[in-house]
Write a protein of this length. Structure first.
Length: 293
């Protein structure tokens, strides 16, 4: 179930980070999603990313760079390479959960290094997508109040926040609007409730519409920006399932391994990036203003 493991990333080594220091007043600490697959270590199959392997680093760097380009705006940006579990590991929740502790330990170590040597006391946004969002919540569950007081918000994108999570972490509070701070933003996008992927969003209790920043059923139109055409879609929160229902998207081809037709897990970052980028800036401004008063 576990198999051989690559060498541990050493976070005092700058090559184990993607960093853009813009001299800003606040940071974005981002944990990437699953970008790598099973690979061989000698003759055995490894289910964990090798952060020193050029090919796998390239896969991870692609998301790091894209998120910085589309989300960070003027924020300082920090994203660690880590021994994430492979895409194949998500074939069953049992298999993924048995392997995740190694990935989570790397993310915790990178976070502790960031706090001690890179953050320098600034306010920060925590964000993660999919596997990265799971790691983000693991970090929040162990976060002392003195550190949480500097957290502008946490963006748990494409993953679940369950009742068990909230019971284990008093820092997990749902966002209720566009500029509240110290809160958690969470959403999972589907065409219909039947397209839910349980390992990703089953049992979630948090959801906010990232287009209009409402927690009711009011629909919000948004533009999906593409190279050849821009499509106008809409997003509406379903209060019972806490899923985000997307109307108007035509391509229901499922993603590999865990995908279902009509589930848009793999499109979360592409769908909403202009709205989230602005929202990050708005929440930072609200946080700084509140702390000046």
């Amino acid at each position: 179930m576990i198999g051989p493991t690559p060498p541990a990333p050493i976070y005092s080594d700058s090559t184990q980070w993607f960093i853009c220091d813009r001299g800003a007043e606040a940071d974005l600490f981002y944990i990437i999603s699953t970008e790598t697959g099973d690979h061989l270590i000698r003759t055995d199959t490894s289910h964990f990313a090798d952060t020193y392997d050029d090919y796998q680093r390239g896969r991870m760097r692609h998301e790091m760079h894209a998120v910085d380009s589309f989300y960070s705006g003027r924020l300082n940006y920090f994203s660690p390479y880590y021994r994430q579990v492979s895409m194949e590991s998500w074939a069953t929740e049992e298999m993924a959960l048995s392997r995740l502790p190694l990935a989570l330990s790397d993310c915790r170590r990178s976070w502790n290094y960031y706090l001690k040597y890179l953050n320098q006391g600034r306010p920060f946004i925590l964000a993660g997508f999919s596997q990265g969002a799971h790691a983000l919540m693991d970090i929040m569950k162990q976060m002392p109040d003195s550190v949480a007081s500097r957290m502008v918000a946490a963006y748990v994108i494409g993953y679940k926040v369950t009742a068990e999570d909230t019971a284990a972490c008093h820092h997990l509070r749902p966002a209720m609007g566009a500029t509240d701070t110290g809160v958690t933003i969470c959403f999972n996008s589907v065409k219909s409730i039947a397209a839910e992927i349980p390992v990703v969003s089953g049992g979630t209790v948090f959801c906010i519409n990232p287009v209009n920043w409402r927690t009711d059923t009011v629909s919000g139109p948004f533009v999906l920006y593409g190279r050849k055409k821009n499509d106008t879609l809409s997003a509406r929160l379903d209060p019972e399932s806490r899923l985000l229902l997307i109307d108007g998207y035509q391509n229901d081809k499922p993603m590999p391994v865990i995908g279902k037709p009509g589930n848009y897990h793999h499109l979360e970052l592409k769908f909403f990036y202009p709205y989230i980028r602005q929202n990050m800036a708005d929440r930072v401004a609200a946080f700084l203003k509140k702390n000046e008063e």
